[in-house]
Write a protein that binds this ligand. Structure first.
Ligand code: ANZ
Ligand code: ZN
Length: 860
C-alpha cells in the first residue's frame, strides 16, 4: 500500500473544513453546548512547541465532544498588546501594530496548518479597536459602579531611559536596558477594586473541584486571608541598659534614643499568633514605616540603613531570601501584659510596609525569620509553645518550632492550646481596649495603569475644572494614534502633538486625555466572553454569552495560575455585580499542561550549544565545529537562552500535522513535561503509517473474531473516558494496542469493522488521516461530523482474570487465565508456573486449594 501523503491530505482537508464551516459554533444550536478554550497566544512571532502541545490537547477534546453530539465553541484569538511590540519598535524601527499584525498573520497560518478545529469566524485581536473599544466601555461601567479609582502609587522609574519599568524589568535593582539604578517614584495611577471581592474569590475556590489542587492553593495564598490581632505597643525613648537586646553588631550602632524622639508614642502591630505574646523579644517596623522616618530625622545611621533597605528588592519573595538585617532605634516598646517588660524596637528589612500595619513583634522561638534575626543580634529566644517534650524557656537550635502544642512560660495562658490562647489574648486586648481581632488580606487592589503606548487607552479625560471625566460612551473607542515614534524614551502618547489635547466633555474647556494604557491582563480578563458573543455595538450579548459560559474546559500554562485566572475571576464577578451577566465563575474546568523540554549542551567555556551542534563519539560529546569536548546538560524547558528550542515549522513540513499532533499526545501524561526527541516524532510518523496501511487492508472477508470485537468495544469506551479525563497519553496507549491487535488478526468481518472504528477513534488526534481514510472507505460526509462509535457495555466485562499462585500461603506466581477456568485446568497451570516448579523442585504438593477466578494454594 502507498504511504500516507500528509502534504496533500493536510491541505485538502483544511480547505474542506474551512469551506464547509465545519467548526463554526452555532449560537442557536439545539445541541448541548460545550466551550473548550486554550489560553490565547501572545503573537510573539512564530508558534512554538508549547503552543502546539497546548492547542493539540484542546483540539482533541473539542473534536471529540463534537463527535459526541455537542455544539462546541473552540475559538482562537490574540493577546496582542504588550511590551515586546514596543521593544521591537525601538530595536527595529517598526511600528508595534505592524509588527504585531505580521506576527498574527504568520501564526494564524501556522495554527491553520496544524488542522485545529477552530471557529475562525470568532477570531479577535485585543489590539484592534473593535475589541479594546468594548473594553473601554466595560472599564467605564466599572468606573461608574465605583470599582475603579485613582491613587498615588510607587512605580519603578528608570532615570536614564526616563521610563516606568515593570517589576520584571528591574534586575538586581537596575533597569534591564539602561543598567541604571532604579528609583521609586510616586505617580497617580488607576486601580480596580479587586479587594472588594476577596472573600468571594476565596470561597469560590472551594467549588472549583475541576481545577488542579495546586492552582487553588496558589490562588488561596495569593488572596492570603489572615486572622489575628492588631494592637498598639506603647513606646518609650529610653536607652536600654545593656544586655538584653543590645543589638550592636551588624548594621546597628550603639543604642541611643532617637533625636526626634518626641511625638513617637505608639506603634501598632499585626500578628496571627497572639498566643505567643510572652515569647516576644523585639518589635520591628518596615523601613518605609513613619516611625522609621521619625527615627531617621537627625540620625544619619538610621537614614543610611533605610536607604540600604530600599535599594534591596522589596517583593515578599526577595525579602524572604535576603539576609535579615535590622537597625536598633534605641526605642523600647512596653509589653502589653507587663509594664516592666521593655522590648527593643528595630527597623528591619524583612518587614513589609504594605502588609498588616507594617510593624510586628518578633517571637524567635516560633517564627523562622524572627529566629534568624534574634540569633544574629543576640536577642532572647523564649519557648512559649511546647509539643509536650520540651518546656524549658530557653530555646536551643536554629529551627523555629511552628507546630501545634500547649502554651508554656506564658502566665495566664499556660496549659492552653494555641487556638484557645489566641482567643484568650484577643479577648483580653478587646476587653482592655488596646487591640482588636482583625482580618488582614494579602490581596491588593489591581493597579492597571501602564505608562506605555501599546495597550488599551484608558478612556478618561482630565479637566482642570471638572477633574476626572469619563469619555462619553458614544465617543468610544478612544483609538491609539498611529503616528508615534519610539526614538526617544518614555511614553509616545505623552509627547504626541495632538492626541492628548481634547475638549472637556463636561465643560468644553481645554483638557487632557489620560495617557496611561491598561495592563494587558485586563485584555485577557474578558476575552472568553467576547469569543462567546461579539456584537459590534456592545461588549457582548448577554443571552448569547450566557448560553456558552462558563468555559467548561480551560487549558493553559501554570504560569498563569495566579494572576490571569484571578483577574478573569474578578472581572467576571464584577460584570455579574453590575447585572451584566449571570455567571460568576468563568472557568469551571481548568487544566495546566506541562512544558515541552529538550536536551541542553554546553561548550567547555559554559556557552550553550544547540543539540545539532554536537555529536557523540563513544561516551563523549563533541562540539562538531571546533572538535572540542562538549558537556551534555539536563533536559530543560525549550528556551532561546539555552539554545534548545526546536521550531515546529520544519518538523511540520517534514512529517505533516498528524504525526506532530500524535507525538504531542503520546509518551507523557499531559500535566507533565514532554521531552522532544527525533525518535519520538519518527515513532509518531510510523504509527500514522501503520493506521494508514490498516485502512488500505479493509476487505470483504467474512467471519467473526470475538476477541478483536471485544477489544474494539473496550477501546471505544476507554478512549472516550481518557479523552474526557484529558489523559491523552492513555488514550494513545489504548489505540496502539488496538492497532497491534488488528495487525495480528486474521481477515474477518470483525477485523474490517475494527479498522472502520479505528478511523473514528483516531479522528480527534490525527484528523487529516482520518478524513482521508473515511473518504477512502466510501463513507459519506466528514469524519469530523461523524458520531463517536457506540460500544456494548456487555462486552466490557473483563474476559481474563489474574490468579494468585501460592505455595504454603505465600504468593509465588500469578496466572492470567480466561474467566471461569475450571478447577482442574487451574491446578494444572499452577503446577507448571515457573516459580512453583522451582520451589517444589519435583515434590508433589500434599494438598491443593483452588478458589476459581481468585487463587491456587499448593500446600507442600
Ligand atoms: C508574631 C508572631 C509569632 C508571628 C509567631 C508569627 C509567628 P501571615 O500568615 O502571612 O498573615 N507579619 C505581620 N505583618 C508583617 C509585615 N508587614 N511584614 C512582615 N511580616 C509581618 O503572617 C502574619 C505574621 O507575619 C504575623 O504574625 C507577623 O509575625 C508577621 F510565632 O506576629 B507574627
Ligand atoms: Zn471640564
Amino acid at each position: 500500500a502507498e504511504r500516507f501523503n500528509p502534504k496533500a491530505a493536510d491541505a485538502r482537508w483544511q480547505r474542506v473544513w474551512a469551506e464547509q464551516g465545519t467548526f463554526h459554533a452555532r449560537d442557536d444550536s439545539p445541541k448541548p453546548k460545550s466551550y473548550v478554550l486554550e489560553m490565547f497566544p501572545y503573537p510573539s512571532g512564530r508558534i512554538h512547541m508549547g503552543h502546539v502541545r497546548n492547542y493539540t490537547m484542546g483540539d482533541v477534546l473539542a473534536r471529540f465532544r463534537r463527535m459526541k453530539g455537542m455544539e462546541v465553541l473552540h475559538p482562537m484569538g490574540w493577546d496582542a498588546f504588550g511590551m515586546p511590540a514596543e521593544n521591537a519598535a525601538m530595536e527595529k524601527g517598526v511600528h508595534p501594530g505592524t509588527w504585531t499584525r505580521a506576527n498574527i498573520a504568520t501564526m494564524r497560518d501556522q495554527l491553520k496548518s496544524l488542522g485545529f478545529a477552530l471557529d475562525w469566524s470568532r477570531e479577535l485581536a485585543t489590539c484592534e479597536p473593535d475589541y479594546y473599544g468594548q473594553e473601554q466601555a466595560l472599564f467605564l461601567d466599572l468606573f461608574e459602579a465605583g470599582l475603579v479609582y485613582r491613587k498615588e502609587s510607587a512605580v519603578n522609574w528608570d532615570p536614564v531611559d526616563m521610563t516606568v519599568l515593570a517589576n520584571e524589568q528591574v534586575i538586581d535593582g537596575r533597569g534591564w536596558r539602561s543598567g541604571a539604578l532604579v528609583e521609586k517614584r510616586k505617580l497617580s495611577q488607576w486601580f480596580l477594586k479587586i479587594t472588594d471581592f476577596a472573600e468571594d474569590l476565596l470561597h469560590g475556590l472551594d467549588k472549583l473541584d475541576q481545577w488542579p489542587e495546586k492552582v487553588r492553593v496558589m490562588q488561596e495564598n495569593w488572596i492570603g486571608k489572615s486572622q489575628g490581632l492588631q494592637f498598639r505597643f506603647r513606646l518609650s525613648p529610653l536607652p536600654l541598659a545593656g544586655g538584653a537586646g543590645g543589638g550592636t553588631e551588624g548594621a546597628s550602632p550603639p543604642l541611643t534614643p532617637p533625636a526626634g524622639g518626641r511625638g513617637i508614642e505608639e506603634v501598632e502591630v499585626f500578628t496571627t499568633r497572639p498566643d505567643t505574646i510572652f515569647g516576644s523579644s523585639f518589635v520591628a517596623v518596615a523601613a518605609d514605616h513613619p516611625l522609621a522616618a521619625k527615627v531617621a530625622e537627625g540620625n544619619p545611621a538610621a537614614a543610611a540603613f533605610i536607604d540600604e533597605c530600599r535599594a534591596g528588592g522589596t517583593t515578599a519573595a526577595e525579602l524572604e531570601t535576603a539576609e535579615k538585617k535590622g537597625f536598633a532605634t534605641g526605642l523600647t516598646a512596653t509589653h502589653p501584659f507587663d509594664p516592666d517588660w521593655q522590648l527593643p524596637v528595630y527597623i528591619a528589612n524583612f518587614v513589609l510596609m504594605d502588609y498588616g500595619t507594617g510593624a510586628v513583634f518578633g517571637v524567635p522561638a516560633h517564627d523562622q525569620r524572627d529566629l534568624d534575626f534574634a540569633r544574629k543580634y543576640g536577642l532572647p529566644v523564649r519557648r512559649v509553645v511546647s509539643d509536650g517534650e520540651l518546656t524549658d524557656p530557653v530555646f536551643e537550635g536554629d529551627e523555629a518550632y511552628t507546630g501545634p502544642g500547649k502554651l508554656v512560660n506564658s502566665r495566664f495562658l499556660d496549659g492552653m492550646d494555641v487556638e484557645e490562647a489566641k482567643r484568650a489574648v484577643i479577648g483580653r486586648a478587646e476587653a482592655e481596649g488596646w487591640g482588636h481581632g482583625t482580618t488582614v488580606w494579602r490581596l491588593r487592589d489591581w493597579g492597571v495603569s501602564r505608562q506605555r503606548y501599546w495597550g488599551t487607552p484608558i478612556p478618561i479625560i482630565h479637566c482642570d475644572a471638572c477633574g476626572v471625566v469619563p469619555v462619553p460612551k458614544n465617543q468610544l473607542p478612544v483609538v491609539l494614534p498611529e503616528d508615534v515614534s519610539f526614538d526617544v524614551p518614555g511614553n509616545p502618547l505623552d509627547r504626541h502633538p495632538t492626541w492628548k489635547h481634547v475638549d472637556c466633555p463636561k465643560c468644553g474647556a481645554k483638557a487632557r486625555r489620560e495617557t496611561d494604557t491598561l495592563d494587558t491582563f485586563v485584555d485577557s480578563s474578558w476575552y472568553f466572553i467576547r469569543f462567546a458573543s461579539q456584537p459590534s455595538t456592545k461588549p457582548f450579548d448577554r443571552a448569547v454569552a450566557e448560553s456558552w459560559l462558563p468555559v467548561g474546559q480551560y487549558i493553559g500554562g501554570v504560569e498563569h495560575a495566579i494572576l490571569h485566572l484571578l483577574y478573569a475571576r474578578f472581572w467576571t464577578r464584577a460584570l455579574n455585580r453590575l447585572g451584566k451577566i449571570d455567571v460568576r465563575e468563568p472557568f469551571t474546568g481548568l487544566f495546566t499542561q506541562g512544558m515541552v523540554t529538550h536536551e541542553t549542551y554546553q561548550a567547555g567555556d559554559g556557552s550553550w550549544l544547540s543539540p545539532d551542534e554536537v555529536t557523540k563519539q563513544g561516551d563523549d560529546w563533541i562540539h562538531i565545529e571546533s572538535g572540542k569536548p562538549a558537556i551534555a546538560g539536563r533536559v530543560e524547558k525549550m528556551s532561546k537562552s539555552k539554545k534548545n528550542v526546536v521550531d515546529p515549522a520544519p518538523i511540520l513540513d517534514a512529517y505533516g500535522a498528524d504525526a506532530v499532533r500524535w507525538f504531542m499526545l503520546s509518551d507523557s501524561p499531559p500535566e507533565r513535561d514532554l521531552a522532544w526527541s527525533e525518535a519520538g516524532i519518527e515513532g509518531a510518523w510510523r504509527f500514522v503509517n501503520r493506521v494508514w496501511r490498516l485502512v488500505q487492508s479493509v476487505d470483504v472477508a467474512e467471519g467473526s473474531d470475538p476477541a478483536l470485537e471485544r477489544r474494539r468495544h473496550k477501546t471505544i469506551a476507554g478512549v472516550a473516558d481518557d479523552i474526557e479525563a484529558l489523559s491523552f497519553n492513555k488514550a494513545v496507549a489504548k489505540l496502539y494496542e488496538l492497532v497491534g491487535a488488528i495487525e495480528k488478526a486474521k481477515p474477518s468481518a470483525d477485523r474490517s469493522d475494527a479498522i472502520r472504528t479505528l478511523v473514528r477513534l483516531v479522528a480527534p488526534m490525527i484528523p487529516h488521516l482520518a478524513e482521508e481514510a473515511w473518504a477512502g472507505l466510501g463513507k459519506q460526509g466528514l469524519v469530523a461530523n461523524a458520531d463517536w462509535p457506540r460500544h456494548d457495555p456487555a462486552l466490557l466485562v473483563e474476559d481474563e482474570v489474574t490468579i494468585a499462585v501460592q505455595v504454603n500461603g505465600k504468593l509465588r506466581d500469578t496466572l492470567t487465565v480466561p474467566r471461569g477456568e475450571s478447577r482442574e485446568a487451574l491446578e494444572a497451570k499452577a503446577l507448571e508456573a515457573p516459580n512453583v516448579v522451582r520451589i517444589l523442585d519435583g515434590a508433589k504438593p500434599k494438598k491443593v486449594i483452588v478458589v476459581p477466578d481468585r487463587l491456587v494454594n499448593l500446600v507442600a
